[in-house]
Design a protein around this ligand. Structure first.
Ligand SMILES: [Zn+2]
Ligand SMILES: [Zn+2]
Length: 307
């Protein structure tokens, strides 16, 4: 089962030439999930050339313009394809009012059902074999981070063990792989753990942006395969970051380290940094967490299954 993440944009506050606003698209086995939708998100997505009009759910971190003004365009574009499933949009309280007023005032043509769900800490979306969980951040207004978390997969089946135990190949093998014990003709009861390995961990992608640094973030995003995290300012501007309730890339590195995450993808860069100057942010993050990527627009990440 494929799991990929696309960094749609990396800018904070405003889009820049060559830098769209911060947004991440996750594709899991063909299903699409979008995290934040600032101005221009649909343009950057088009540049990726994905079949992306049928997004299953959109998760909004908070009600600041750089995270939501792309939403009306996304909703209209989604009307260009037929869909029977509703589109779920999950985010803070005012999101429902925002979506409703945009639809009404702009006379938007929407040919599918939209379900706006207020975000709360915990599971906010349940899919087949995975869920999306939300957790509170600390910003100038209510703000949430999200983790897409897969359930554990069954352990590996060892045919040689089944043969050794004298279990005839065929239906009984399938029953054991499904987790149900079987009784052999000689009366022996065989349980799945006798022929299968331990359950394997699922994968996890976390999305964190627009927050003051606090150490609990690491608890929420623990063991992420990819942690997309705001790294808006350099370490030297820690004071300014704190005042504006944003994070430095060094603090993003701390979270990646403390959470035992595999990879950190920086995002939500301050427009004060030119493309060349962004490497300051990378250096700061790598000083504490070496496996950091200075993510640029439309970078694509494949998350392999775990053994
Ligand atoms: Zn922002
Ligand atoms: Zn903000």
């Amino acid at each position: 089962m494929n799991l990929e993440a696309f960094q749609i944009g990396t800018s904070g506050m405003m889009p820049l030439p060559g830098r769209f606003l911060t947004s991440v698209l996750v594709r899991r086995d063909g299903d699409l999930f979008l995290f934040d939708s600032g101005e221009g998100t649909q343009v950057s997505m088009k540049m990726l050339n994905l079949k992306w009009k049928k997004i299953s759910a959109i998760f909004i971190s908070h009600m600041h313009a750089d995270h939501v003004t792309g939403l009306p365009g996304m909703l209209m574009l989604s009307s260009q394809v037929d869909r029977v499933e509703p589109l779920y949009i999950i985010g803070p309280q005012k999101l429902a009012e925002y979506v409703e007023s945009q639809r009404r005032i702009l006379d938007m043509y929407i040919n599918y059902e939209i379900k706006v769900i207020p975000v709360e800490t915990g599971i906010v979306y349940q899919g087949d074999g995975f869920s999306v969980q939300a957790f509170p951040l600390v910003h100038t207004k209510p703000c949430y981070g999200y983790c897409l978390v897969e359930e554990k997969r069954k352990g590996e089946f060892f045919p040689e063990k089944a043969i050794e135990l004298g279990i005839p190949k065929g239906k009984l093998w399938g029953t054991l792989q499904g987790g149900t014990p079987v009784t052999l003709d000689d009366g022996r009861v065989i349980t799945s753990d006798m022929v299968m390995g331990q359950a394997r961990d699922g994968r996890k992608i976390s999305y964190v942006t627009d927050s003051l640094y606090f150490d609990h973030i690491a608890d929420y995003v623990h063991d992420s395969d990819i942690l997309f995290c705001e790294g808006m300012f350099e370490k030297a501007l820690s004071e300014e970051a704190r005042e504006k309730k944003h994070m430095t890339s060094y603090e993003a590195g701390l979270i990646a380290c403390d959470s035992n995450s595999h990879m950190l993808c920086l995002q939500h860069y301050s427009p004060r940094y030119s493309d060349r100057e962004l490497k300051i942010l990378l250096k700061d993050a790598q000083s504490v967490f070496p496996n950091t990527v200075l993510t640029r627009d439309r970078m694509t990440f494949n998350v392999p299954l775990k053994d």
